[in-house]
Design a protein around this ligand. Sequence first.
Ligand code: NI
Length: 163
Amino acid sequence: MTTPRRIDRSDTFVKVGTMRTAKSDGVVRFTVSVPGPLARQLDQMTREKGYDNRSLAVADLIRAGLVEHRQNLGTQEIAGTITLLYDHHKQHVQATLTDIQHDHHHIIISSLHVHLDHHNCLEVLVVRGQAATVKKIADELIAAKGVKHGKLTVTSTGKDLPG
Ligand code: NI
């Protein structure tokens, strides 16, 4: 006697909407409640950034949140860039950075080197791999003696981030 009732409840729950709409690949409309001042600031930002409408701005915020969330999940595959600024006259810095890059040639898929002036070099490495591995390599490069400034910028590989 109890079994049919459980099935009924389950069907009712599915019809509520979120379960069904989330499966759709098309545009999904959903209601979000936020405090008035927050909504006003969202609209202001939407205008200032040049979005055509609030939905486009919110979609970008969601994507940014997803990318940030995934970079904290160690096994998630991410792509990104590591920017390094260093003085190539400092002893061993160039050799150290090259050694680290060769150790991780399967993660570092491209690199760009610019001689900014007589002393300073700017290097940008394009990376792709598991989030935890990418972060570890970035930390190692940025911490290398002689590196004045370094930064890892993470994005998505694009495969699992809907447009
Ligand atoms: Ni250089």
